[in-house]
Design a protein around this ligand. Structure first.
Ligand code: PRP
Ligand code: MN
Ligand code: MG
Length: 184
């Protein structure tokens, strides 16, 4: 069995579910930006690493890739609400069509902070694509224009998403067994 077999309670979205949804989002975004000179994707690392790579390749409009690394969770399973910039943008985004690429919008606190931050830099437009959204967990109202899957409040790992920096490399999205959290 795989090394993680004992840690995973169940798979929520398979690699195939994710690939199909990513292709669908890619078609929608490509159509919406067809009349522009292209898009600047701002990936929120580390969580968005897998989705950013696959989503960028699903687009048929030219893109440039920018990365920010933010952290609000640290070693915990719940958001602290305090966002730390671990890596900032390296370029000016003024006048650009910016699309933030997130893996998950949970409380919405990370994204709410980020949208304020990016808006202050004068983009021509600013939208968000997130593979996962958890409507019942959201503490702020946010315009997430492109959503892959809406789900409940369960904490998910895999496809970029971690618990204490583990499980990001799993090709699917799954839920951990409760005992994983109590191992400390
Ligand atoms: C996670 C996730 C999102 C954010 C969502 O990142 O990747 O960026 O939290 O949570 P929120 O909507 O409650 O703010 P995390 O802070 O764990 O950093 P990481 O991406 O490096 O894992
Ligand atoms: Mn993140
Ligand atoms: Mg995390």
């Amino acid at each position: 069995a795989e090394w993680y077999a004992d840690d995973i309670e169940r798979v929520i979205f398979s690699a195939d579910d994710i690939a199909k949804k990513t292709a669908e989002l890619g078609r929608q975004v490509s159509a919406d930006y067809a009349d522009t000179d292209g898009l600047l994707l701002v990936g929120v690392f580390k969580g968005a690493v897998m989705f950013m790579a696959d989503f960028a390749r699903s687009l048929s409009v030219p893109v440039e890739l920018e990365f920010m690394a933010l952290s609000s969770y640290g070693q915990r399973a719940t958001s602290s609400g305090v966002v730390r910039i671990l890596k900032d943008l390296d370029r000016d985004i003024a006048g650009r069509h910016v699309l933030v690429v997130e893996d998950v919008v949970d409380s919405g606190l990370t994204l709410s902070w980020l949208l304020r931050y990016l808006n202050g830099r004068g983009p021509a437009s600013l939208e968000v694509v997130s593979l996962i959204r958890k409507p019942e967990s959201m503490q702020v109202e946010l315009p997430v224009k492109y959503v892959g899957f809406d789900m409940g409040q369960e904490f998910v790992v895999g496809y970029g998403m971690d618990y204490a920096e583990k499980y990001r490399e799993l090709p699917f999205l799954g839920v951990l067994k409760p005992e994983v959290y109590s191992r400390g």
